[in-house]
Design a protein around this ligand. Sequence first.
Ligand code: ARG
Ligand code: ZN
Length: 889
Amino acid sequence: MDTPKEIFLKDYNKPNYYFNTVDLTFSLGEEHTIVSSNITVYPRIEGSSSSPPLVLDGVDLKLVSVKIDGKELQEEDYQQDARHLTISSPPSTARFTVEIVTEIYPQKNTSLEGLYISSGNFVTQCEAEGFRKITYYQDRPDIMAKYTCRVEGDKTLYPVLLSNGNLVEQGDLEGGKHYAVWEDPHKKPCYLFALVAGDLQSRDGSFVTRSGRKVALRIWTPAEDLPKTVHAMYSLKAAMKWDEDVFGLEYDLDLFNIVAVPDFNMGAMENKSLNIFNSVLVLASPETATDVNYAQILGVIGHEYFHNWTGNRVTCRDWFQLSLKEGLTVFRDHEFSSDMGSRAVQRIKDVSYLREYQFPEDAGPIAHPVRPHSYIKMDNFYTLTVYEKGAEVVRMYKTLLGSQGFRRGMDLYFKRHDGQAVTCEDFYAAMRDANNVDFANFLLWYSQAGTPTVKVTSFYNSEAKTYSLKFSQEVPPTPGQAVKEPMLIPVAVGLLDSNGKDMPLTSVYHDEMLQEVSTDGQPANTTVLLIKKKEEEFLFSEISERPVPSLLRGYSAPIRLDSDLTDSDLFFLLAHDSDEFNRWEAGQVLARNLMLSLVADFQQNKPLALKADFVHGVRSILSDDSLDKEFIAKAIDLPGEGEIMDMMDIADPDAVHAVRSFIRKHLASELKAEFLKTVENNRSSDPYIFDHSNMSRRALKNIALSYLATLEDAQITELALNEYRTATNMTDQFAALTALVQNPGETRDEVLADFYSKWEHDFLVVNKWFGLQAMSDIPGNVENLRKLLQHPAFDLRNPNKVRSLIGRFPNSPVNFHAKDGSGYKFMGEMVLQVDKLNPQGASRLMSAFSRWKHYDETRQALAKAQLEMILSTNGISENVFEIASKSLA
Ligand code: ARG
Ligand code: ZN
């Protein structure tokens, strides 16, 4: 590897040449594929006497020929290195053509970038920089052109030939071949190019847009999987309707394809009209997929569909702006899922995920802003920060501007930028200009990394009948950013009276200024306070008694909130808050405080004890019939081990695991009768339906079962085995399996073997089986994983299998962080093995090490040794190099 080159946002330059049209021809072969590309080029600055060189990107390509304006170039007319083809002096005309022929080897491509083979079918993946593995091109998103694509291949092996846009021609060729020509009328960057060729069949549907366009919908899979595409089709139609209803956005072509492939590095890809999906995010049947899978499919199909406007019609100027499309589109898919299910529960899921996984990322050595300042491999920046924190940033615009203001901003964004490649500032400017507001330091959310902490103290003045909230904010230092500026933080607040009702809020004083909070003459129950400076105070007047404040309602900003609420305030909020998210949150704060204090006890060898009021709190939620069942299931679930470790100065995985297990077991024994009743009352033998009420029922039953199984008692094992055997859908079957395998022993081994023999023919179910074993907390599990690597169903080349068996291993912190270093060693070896085949996959595994400095010295030394071992290995990819070197810096 030559020294990897770091690319900086500040170095962005406009291209010297733009492309107008691109005509591609693929001659697909069993040994190699020939790609011919014919590009019309025009200079950015017309009429200059000397023309700058035209530099094209290209990796792993065999150049066959280059022509300019029809004339073949001689070797002295161009230069080639491992990454570029440079045409030294292109014509200085207003327009010229470049024709390039290259030879590529998809059959040998295990990186799954560019053109590759999955289960015998040709598939592409071009985002971020995969197109350069197909042909020489200016592989950057601000080059937008109109494409045609002719695909030629064997008719029996590849009966279906697909690319972007509309099919304009097809026919037979000599030698058993056929061809198809596709034309995409919309200009696009090359990362949205796609081609699929293979033996696939489609489920067909249709959707009529509100302006009357009839769109053909096709979901492509191998024939045997077609029955599993019903839910995907439903999800697609729901997404199309939702985007019309909520954002007024319609689909813009006559055809929308989804192709499900088993070998795919990520979730899915929004190529114009030819979306390619990891099969786990398309295929579902009640027998083989869980409620979680169904919900993910709905969300991701929505996500990719929504990209057609936020990503494709308006795209990114450069890859630093990735969150412009990803943060916005994640926000849109979260909103879609909320509208299709429960808004409060969706918010709970999204915030839990942010805290469990994004917070640690933002606090470790690879912390980076929502808009990174530099990268070596862009693929390393498809991160939780860019996606999930980016979505929170978009949500804050909505919180600041209200639904209508946000919609005005979106409308202006499309009006200004349709067909363009733009930046995060352009989005900000549209929001600002459509609403005539000044957001002051809001843009810092894009440039400053680290999770801000906001401290709140409150004071009630019973004489003056005023209530004051004092805030102070702190953005922690992160690599390369020692000092931070205060940011604009919207904090949604309500005040509860002693009956638990919202107090009407009429006026707030801030900086000696009166702010009216009533809307439409009605006093508001929630007001959004804007924290702009390091310290701010707000004073509510006409407050007749000391209120209990409900702070950061709906989690109005992605921060850590540190308040002076007492346990009794929190129990009060848990029982009464009108903001459902904050009811849940009050319970979580109580649980976090409890867990942290028990962790301290554990570390000092004190006996662990659970306070009665906590048990009582859980009991009262469990038996509250007025609550949504999915909400109850979330509310009685303890914060994850990762979330607790994230809050500690020195993370202690053994203590956190011991404490979490202790609380679970203790709750199970105290509430055994209630949990048994919950299982009993929430069974159903009706056919599986994926809707909110049925999902909620199953979620509640299954969490009760998982608590009960911690008791390791024979009666419960029988119960769980019975649930397992009689389950009529995968949600219930897998939940029972999960409950049973918590405890080592014969039953565990038997039921795991039984499940495998039932499902060995189904790759997606087998992956669940791998994943479940990978995440297991049973002592010394790493040895089981080493054995499973040899299992006939395992394959290091398939990303889903790697993710299931290896990528899930760190979800068991006790085993991954085992003090003998066995977990780190396993992961270190796996990173190097996967890297030889698939650098993106290997680099993703590295994230397990990202917070190695957050552990004790022994663990630090062991983790560091693995990172150094990886970094000193010859021939590692740039992807792995970047993460390893930044982790060690
Ligand atoms: N744009 C895709 C999405 O919908 C993800 C592409 C990820 N690419 C990558 N190289 N990691 O989110
Ligand atoms: Zn996306």
